[in-house]
Design a protein around this ligand. Structure first.
Ligand code: ATP
Ligand code: MG
Length: 554
């Protein structure tokens, strides 16, 4: 199905209807990350959705840092998030926005609520407050501080703001209804004391608004029309609307919820991802096995493949678990179409071509891509000694083995047909060298004697290749739902998620490759240069086989 003919998802339908009804001259959405970790594949879905809707319907999308909790936030994350959003190919409207730049306005709105008798300072301890809150089946009880006078509340809130109380000594709460069926409406907390420096506002504030008090008001300040969040926030919507109604806000945003994207064999909680980094289970936030955008980028995923994946997985209101094979399918499909081809031998075995003159070398030509003329052809040096993969030679083998067998023939990819006639072993019986002959006149042609080889193998010239390291990555977890229920996700770590091959031999042209530039190593998979290593290290993005395509076809 093409993008044009695909039916609109429910949020597209909603925006379309709002625009047709003339509800808004143009839509404004926002992507509101908290800078307390790197963005992951789940965030990509939200980015794609918010920026995508704005793009599709001629609106704009803001990038707003929801930085109301200084304890866990850091400028490092702010920078990483900006980079990731741009890398995905999206442009935010105007300047970057920060919830913290609205702190003064939010503070004034808190005073407004107090003045209207809609908020009060409460001194219950966290534990007491929990007891007073009630449960899903039992109503809560009014706080003994609920009937403080407006004047008293004004004085106490000013004191909170002035730093006269300790962390946790009191909070500002909305005065709604302690017996409300929705627990979020039982006098929710609006402000907390937190004597902590903030990465944007320094020591200006020692009280910080809660998510609930900040989010809708930020939306209103920015003129956001459609405030899209994940399903967990559906229960917060009545509070969102209550605050918008009570406050003299400049616009009326509406909150809509969709199902968060969950991907199997993956965790997408920032807390858990941070734990993997902090405890050294991975090599940083950008480890190629991490489901972070930084990790996916370092592994060789393209922004296009991630956007495609978001599109493939749809937008719904029902929580579901997406098969990670779909993401792998998206990148494989992209790289198959776009990655230049190259040869790299992962487990080198020397082959001496005994009938090829010792001093002779030649340059063969190979296509850059089997069906892309715009991808430049490459020159392959050829000489008497070459490397093939250890797996591609057998002394004896059955008919299914279509590679080089003693006494038989194989085609070297983009080069000659060769025939093996001898081999050398070391003391432990391992094959260390193969002797073969070049079958004459077989460049781009079948052998004249009619003895056609069955298979094709890759190779590089021994006299003109480059040494490199190859890192083969596998899934980080070997449990499809590593953190479901009360499982400890660390128990599901795959101990074989990284295999390092040190002495690989690559075609010379790969010396000039740059990080994130993808290649198909013929017969091996898709690879790209690692961005952190200072020697030639290639990361495997994905293998060649597509298990998802098979699932889809059946
Ligand atoms: P945490 O992992 O710490 O609970 P979070 O995932 O909610 O945090 P935020 O920085 O608050 O992280 O997320 C920014 C935006 O991305 C929010 O609007 C959130 O709803 C959305 N988002 C986060 N995870 C997903 C997901 N898996 N699928 C879709 N959207 C997501
Ligand atoms: Mg959040």
């Amino acid at each position: 199905m093409t993008a044009e003919s695909k039916p609109l998802h429910f949020l597209q339908q909603l925006v379309k209807a709002d625009l047709e009804a003339g509800k808004y001259p143009k839509i404004v959405t926002r992507f509101p990350p908290e800078p307390n970790g790197f963005l992951h594949i789940g965030h990509a879905k939200s980015i794609w959705l918010n920026f995508g809707l704005a793009e599709q319907f001629g609106g704009v999308c803001n990038l707003r840092f929801d930085d109301t909790n200084p304890a866990k936030e850091d400028q490092l994350y702010v920078d990483a998030i900006k980079h990731d959003v741009s890398w995905l190919g999206f442009k935010w409207a105007g300047e970057i926005k920060y919830a913290s730049s609205y702190f003064q306005q939010l503070y004034e709105w808190a005073l407004h609520l107090i003045r209207e008798g809609d908020a009060y300072v409460c001194d219950l301890s966290a534990e007491e407050a929990r007891e007073y809150r009630g449960t899903l089946t039992e109503p809560g009880k009014n706080s003994p501080y609920r009937e403080r006078t407006i004047e008293e509340n004004m004085v106490l809130f000013e004191k909170m703001r002035a730093g006269e109380f300790d962390d946790g000594a009191s909070v500002l709460r909305a005065k709604i209804d302690m017996s409300h069926g929705n627990i979020n409406m039982r006098d929710p907390i609006l402000y907390r004391i937190r004597k902590q420096s903030h990465h944007q506002t320094g020591d200006t504030w020692c009280i910080y608004p809660t998510y609930d008090f900040a989010h809708g008001q930020e939306d209103a300040i920015e003129g956001v029309t459609h405030s899209i969040c994940t399903l967990e926030f559906a229960d917060h919507r009545p509070l969102y609307d209550w605050l918008i109604e009570k406050l003299p806000v400049p616009s009326v945003p509406r909150q809509y919820e969709f199902a968060r994207m969950n991907v199997n064999y993956t965790v997408t909680s920032k807390r858990k991802l941070k734990q993997l980094v902090d405890e050294g289970h991975v090599d940083g936030w950008d480890d190629p096995r991490m489901p972070t955008l930084a990790g996916l980028r370092r592994a060789g995923y393209t922004p296009e493949s991630i956007r495609k994946f978001c599109d493939m997985t749809g937008v719904t209101k029902a929580n579901n678990l997406v098969d990670v094979a779909m993401l792998e399918h998206a990148i494989r499909d992209d790289l198959d179409k776009n990655a230049p081809r190259a040869m790299c031998v992962l487990h080198p075995l020397k082959v001496v071509l005994t009938n090829y003159p010792e001093e002779k070398t030649e340059l063969l030509e190979a296509p850059g891509h089997p069906n892309r003329e715009d991808i430049a052809a490459r020159s392959l040096p050829f000489g008497r000694e070459i490397y093939i993969d250890q797996d591609d030679f057998r002394v004896e083998a059955n008919k299914k083995y279509k590679r080089l067998v003693l006494g038989k023939r194989v085609r070297l990819r983009n080069a000659y047909v060769i025939e093996a006639h001898d081999y050398l072993q070391n003391d432990s019986g391992e094959i260390i060298e193969v002797h073969a002959t070049v079958v004459e006149n077989t460049l781009g042609k079948n052998p004249e004697d009619g003895n056609k080889p069955k298979g094709v193998i890759h190779w590089v010239a021994a006299h003109d290749c480059v040494d490199c390291e190859v890192r083969l990555y596998d899934r980080l977890f070997n449990d499809p739902q590593p953190d479901a229920g009360d499982k400890n996700f660390l128990d599901a770590l795959n101990s074989e998620s990284l295999t390092i091959l040190k002495n690989c031999k690559a075609e010379l042209g790969l010396q000039k490759s740059k990080p994130t530039e993808p290649y198909q190593f013929e017969r091996e998979g898709y690879f790209c240069l690692d961005s952190q290593a200072n020697t030639l290290v290639f990361n495997r993005t994905i293998g060649l086989r597509d298990s998802w395509a098979k699932i889809k076809d059946t």
